[in-house]
Design a protein around this ligand. Structure first.
Ligand SMILES: [Zn+2]
Length: 75
């Protein structure tokens, strides 16, 4: 896809990390609590969990230093 900020072609890649709990998102400056992560409130549906890691398919623009991925947040 083209970067919506500068219009250049973005690099397609995979975000990954520790897979022990749901990957969550919460509005504001406070992160999700342990219970919220466990029961999946604010779960980032784009994250694919395995036993040891999570991955998210994401596009990256090295010029703007931004990443974009499609996801939903479960409530
Ligand atoms: Zn850009």
């Amino acid at each position: 896809m083209d970067c919506p900020f500068c219009g250049k072609e973005m690099q397609q890649g995979i975000l990954s990390g520790d897979g022990r709990s749901n990957v969550t998102w919460k509005q504001g400056s406070k992160r999700s609590g342990a219970l919220e992560r466990m029961i999946g409130v604010g779960k980032v549906t784009a994250a694919k969990l395995t036993l040891t890691s999570f991955t998210i398919d994401a596009a990256y623009c090295p010029d703007c230093k931004k990443m974009i991925f499609d996801t939903d947040i479960s409530n």
